[in-house]
Ligand binder design. Structure first.
Ligand SMILES: Nc1ncnc2c1ncn2[C@@H]1O[C@H](COP(=O)(O)OP(=O)(O)OP(=O)(O)O)[C@@H](O)[C@H]1O
Ligand SMILES: [Mg+2]
Length: 265
């Protein structure tokens, strides 16, 4: 396993955000983390990235406990894209993406050709090659999100944790980012855990799905098996059904919008 955790529990003050969370991600696996707002997805990703210390349980990367690794050691193995990342206003796209290489380069050493190549690849993969000189505060929401994805890519880590990487993107860039995720896993064996709200995108791109509800794991398995459980309607409190659009396509959840326009009963 490239990334795993067992029995992870996290509390914020008196609020329990994650209870006994388990995950095992194989090399090259794409894992979607789904669940309602506040169900613990970001908390789980932050604990997996070693950014918050769990009350109980442990997280491991490449078989070693994350809790005892330095930030630089973690960054060589794992790149994390937070849900709401922040950087100094005056920073440019190019500077942000270069910073993604810090684990490889160090503070005072110069960038080698392979570092420059990784930066150029990261910018190109997110459609930002012409944006390197632009300030982050001069970008649209979607462009800024792509800049952060680019910084995570520049790290060239074998494990990628992405917290809602497509939330601000237009449909074209959503598909581009999902396609990039697919190619990274298939061609480079990168393991990816991605919190995502679009259920059908999650069903079609991932190998396995973890469903969180009130900080607890409600499902861990393949998309097809999730469709058979009835959990989506229960957990998200919606009506709908899974339909098979094409013989080999993943099941597609067809949500009934009527619920939202009818008066509360
Ligand atoms: N820093 C914090 N301090 C206190 N409570 C927090 C903090 N961060 C999150 N929480 C709470 O912990 C719970 C889980 O939050 P989390 O951000 O992990 O949810 P999420 O599944 O990522 O939701 P979303 O889909 O809205 O991003 C929520 O009840 C939230 O209010
Ligand atoms: Mg979140």
């Amino acid at each position: 396993m490239s990334l795993s955790c067992s029995g992870l529990s996290v509390t914020y003050g008196a609020r329990k955000a994650l209870t006994n969370f388990n995950l095992a991600v194989a090399p090259g696996e794409v894992r979607a983390l789904i669940g309602p707002n506040g169900s613990g997805k970001s908390t789980a990703l932050q604990a997996l990235a070693g950014l918050i210390r769990p009350d109980e349980g442990r997280a491991d990367i490449d078989g070693a406990p994350i809790a005892v690794m330095s930030r630089r050691d973690i960054a060589r193995r794992l790149a994390f894209l937070p849900q709401q990342p922040s950087a100094p206003d005056e920073m440019t796209v190019g500077q942000l993406v270069r910073q993604g290489r810090f684990a490889h380069v160090g503070l005072f050493r110069s960038y080698r050709p392979e570092d420059e190549a990784a930066i150029a690849w990261a910018l190109e993969s997110t459609g930002l090659s012409d944006f390197a000189e632009r300030g982050l505060n001069e970008l649209s929401g979607g462009e800024r999100q792509r800049a952060w994805i680019s910084a995570a890519l520049a790290q060239e880590a074998q494990t990628l944790l992405l917290d809602e990487p497509t939330s601000f993107l237009d449909i074209g860039y959503q598909i581009e980012v999902l396609d990039l995720v697919h190619r990274l896993s298939r061609d480079r064996g990168v393991s990816i855990v991605m919190a995502i709200h679009d259920l059908n995108q999650a069903m079609s791109i991932c190998d396995r799905i973890s469903l969180l509800n009130h900080g607890m794991l409600a499902f861990d398995g393949e998309p097809r098996d999730l469709a058979a459980t009835g959990l989506i309607e229960e957990v998200f409190r919606v009506k709908g059904q899974f339909v098979q659009i094409a013989p080999h396509a993943p099941p597609h959840f067809d949500v009934e919008l009527a619920r939202w326009t009818s008066p509360p009963s």
